[in-house]
Design a binder for this molecule. Structure first.
Ligand SMILES: [Zn+2]
Length: 200
């Protein structure tokens, strides 16, 4: 019974990825987006981590990293990078939440129009003052409510939350729906080919 569920889950995930691949960067999940996104949006997007070493876990259903036959849905894409590598904000926007008390660890959530991008397992912790919460990592401060530019360093790769090694977990949502970050990176790569062709 469990095995059948697992197979079904993997099938569903693959279908979702195929739909995304067939429809290109404008596609979100199994539905086309309500708002057309021109290719120019991808041109200025930043790859989200420095000293990138490889993708360690894709978006979608996977076996539980803690063993056994259970499955879980991996809501983002994992980027391996050495402990302390800088994380770069993907797209200009506003920090709508900072947090350090979930499996995501010390995290920053940024909104850019219809997109929300989340960075997990960062170094540092959340402090609070009269103006509200902010992430502290050495001399770096990222405050809830502040604006951040594309490519701006917003933290460093760490091991906070549920993780077995230093990496960036990156979640993307478009109009509230999860999107495979790899599809977005492929679209960025196509738009930026020639200028950053070595990055992906
Ligand atoms: Zn992850």
């Amino acid at each position: 019974m469990k095995r059948n569920r697992w197979l079904f889950a993997v099938g569903a995930s693959v279908v979702g990825l195929n739909v995304l691949a067939a429809m290109g960067p404008k596609a979100v999940g199994n539905q086309p987006p309500q708002v057309a996104v021109g290719t120019s949006i991808w041109r200025n997007g930043s790859f989200p981590v420095e000293n990138f070493q490889g993708y360690t876990s894709p978006f979608g259903y996977r076996s539980s990293p803690t063993g056994g036959y259970s499955t879980e849905f991996h809501t983002g894409l994992d980027f391996a990078a050495p402990n302390g590598s800088y994380i770069r904000n993907w797209w200009s926007g506003r920090v709508i939440r900072v947090s350090d008390n979930t499996a995501c660890g010390t995290s920053v959530r940024v909104q850019s129009g219809s997109w929300v991008h989340v960075y997990c397992h960062m170094k540092g912790y959340v402090a609070r003052d009269s103006r509200g919460p902010y992430v502290v990592d050495g001399g770096l401060r990222i405050r809830q409510g502040q604006t951040v530019k594309a490519g701006q360093r917003i933290g460093r790769v760490g091991m906070t939350g549920r993780t077995t090694g230093p990496h960036l977990h990156w979640t993307l949502k478009y109009q509230g729906k999860l999107v495979d970050p790899a599809a977005v990176l492929r679209a960025m790569h196509r738009a930026q080919r020639g200028s950053i062709s070595q990055k992906l």
